[in-house]
Ligand binder design. Structure first.
Ligand SMILES: Cc1cc2nc3c(=O)[nH]c(=O)nc-3n(C[C@H](O)[C@H](O)[C@H](O)COP(=O)(O)O)c2cc1C
Length: 197
């Protein structure tokens, strides 16, 4: 069975909930799953300026952090990040930018990759953030597996074929958002299983 790493960054919990759902879907499809939070890099003053951010940092203080070993271990990696001006979060990018050594050794190639995201508003950058994320995965030599419109849940959850995405300003991920995330975890695991075979 394939190893599936869900590597995500979140400031206020939206992408954390989605990451858990991706992990559930991957696990149900038979994957060996690691869900890992990317290390926070923002200064305490910035975190303290937003009570929801501070609460999330405190709540997840004991959670295992993403490491390069998780990337190497995985047959499939699902990345998650909130949008920052239509791009990935700097915390997430900082982690990715420590992976140059693995990339140089070819250890990031030939894996299955996928992504999920969130933005505050309906047209706030969900699609552009996923496309920006995928630029990196082309450089990895990854096999990008999107949901496309391969299941009704894509339509039911807002219709983003690039990957599950949440309008965070409307509150927590809806059950449909989470179902889309679970579906992505399942699809990625099934594709990684086929690839291994
Ligand atoms: C610096 C910064 C830039 C952001 N840029 C956007 C944006 O361009 N469009 C948008 O809809 N939301 C934007 N947001 C809102 C975040 O995307 C939103 O808080 C996030 O999706 C919530 O995810 P989380 O709970 O996992 O942290 C921005 C937030 C910050 C802090």
């Amino acid at each position: 069975m394939p190893n599936v790493a869900v590597i995500y960054y979140s400031s206020t919990g939206t992408n954390s909930a989605m990451a858990q759902a991706v992990g559930e879907g991957a696990s149900l499809a038979g994957g060996e799953v690691r869900v890992r939070l990317v290390q926070e890099t923002a200064p305490a003053a910035a975190i303290d300026s937003n009570p929801a951010w501070r609460a999330f940092v405190d709540r997840t203080a004991g959670e295992p952090r993403a490491t390069l070993a998780d990337l190497e271990w995985a047959d499939a990696v699902v990345f998650g990040t909130p949008t920052r001006f239509g791009n990935v979060a700097s915390q997430f990018k900082s982690f990715i930018d420590t992976a140059g050594g693995l990339w140089f050794q070819g250890k990031l190639a030939n894996k299955v990759y996928a992504g999920f995201t969130s933005a505050q508003t309906v047209h706030g950058g969900q699609e552009s953030t996923l496309l920006a994320l995928y630029n990196t995965l082309y450089h990895f030599g990854g096999i990008i597996v999107t949901p496309g419109y391969t299941d009704p849940v894509v339509f039911e959850s807002g219709g983003n074929p690039y990957g599950p995405s949440v309008t965070a300003g409307a509150g927590l991920p809806t059950e449909k958002n989470l179902a889309h995330a679970r579906y992505l975890g399942k699809r990625v695991t099934e594709m990684a299983t086929k690839l291994r075979a």
